[in-house]
Design a protein around this ligand. Structure first.
Ligand code: 3PG
Length: 218
């Protein structure tokens, strides 16, 4: 776990990769799960948490995690519009993740001072994000878009870009992605299964987080 980054200073998105090899993609349906989940993940060494803006309680969940679990670095996932960016910022999020990239989303993040990890799946999308000065990109949906072979192909023309593959990543295939030099971190929902949250199995989630933290990187 990185201990040198000041968690109160503005983040460069690439800092997010320095905390560990996996960023959990979290869907919260029950607000009561938010804080225990964040504590369980942090206890397993996972501090960077992406909470998706996909449920009615998502913003309140981000707010609660950011306020009550200071070791957690809480970000908002599924950002699609400038309004999403403003809401995530107001909820105390430290970074944003989007499934794709639009210039209005980029402008909104820059106006809000919210570092953005935008999704790309093609060479043209990588070029568009690079034009905006972004060099750390989410590769989404990683498995469906072409997985490791596509990432290897993109490494040729884009040696200066770092990717966070997300979408279809599992504990079984994560090592293949993390073995690529241009991958420093992967995203995935397997650290916060709905069934374990509903059962209150926070120790089980800490075990999943600990195993994810131990995954090797190139
Ligand atoms: C998502 O959009 O939900 C993320 O990409 C996570 O996908 P996963 O459930 O395949 O990890």
């Amino acid at each position: 776990m990185n201990t040198t980054v000041n968690t109160n200073s503005p983040l460069d998105t690439l800092d997010l990769a320095s905390y560990g090899p996996v960023i959990p993609v979290i869907v919260i349906h029950d607000l009561a799960h938010a804080v225990p989940l964040a504590r369980a993940l942090v206890a397993g060494g996972v501090r960077v948490l992406e909470v998706t803006l996909r449920t009615p309680v998502a913003l309140q969940a981000m707010q609660a995690m950011a306020a009550e679990v200071p070791e957690a670095i809480v970000g908002a996932g599924t950002l699609r519009t400038p309004a999403d960016v403003q809401a995530a910022s107001a909820a105390g999020c430290r970074f944003g993740v989007s499934p794709g990239y639009t210039s209005s989303l980029g402008r909104a993040c820059s106006d809000a001072g919210l570092p953005l990890l935008p999704g790309v799946a093609t060479a043209s999308e990588v070029m568009a994000a690079c034009d905006e000065g972004l060099r750390f990109l989410k590769f989404f949906p990683a498995s469906a878009a072409g997985g490791v072979p596509l990432l290897k192909a993109l490494a040729g023309p884009f040696p200066d870009v770092v990717f966070c593959p997300t979408g279809g990543i599992t504990p079984q295939n994560a090592p293949e992605f993390l073995a690529l030099p241009q991958v420093k971190v992967v995203g995935g929902s397997w650290l916060s299964p709905a069934s374990m949250m509903e059962a209150g199995d926070w120790q089980g989630i800490t075990r999943l987080a600990r195993a994810a933290s131990a995954l090797a990187r190139a």
